[in-house]
Design a binder for this molecule. Structure first.
Ligand SMILES: [Zn+2]
Length: 71
């Protein structure tokens, strides 16, 4: 199983996404790769999400995209 960020680190990443801040791995201090995960067409209530991934330590996290983007 891959390493994960701590709860504290995940919280700061979610905040960075919400505020449009640069996304940097708290462990490696490198920019994260960000992929948009499109909502499934058959599940309309699922919001658009971002998949954050660190290319160095392989940690990853899925967060809800900022609201204005999901509309
Ligand atoms: Zn990392």
């Amino acid at each position: 199983m891959a390493d994960t960020w701590t709860r504290e680190e995940e919280r700061s990443l979610r905040r960075a996404v919400a505020e449009g801040m640069p996304l940097v791995c708290p462990v490696c201090d490198v920019r994260l790769e960000v992929e948009t995960v499109a909502p499934r067409r058959d599940v309309s209530y699922v919001r658009r999400r971002r998949w954050l991934r660190c290319s160095r330590c392989r940690r990853s996290l899925v967060v809800d995209a900022p609201r204005e983007e999901g509309a």
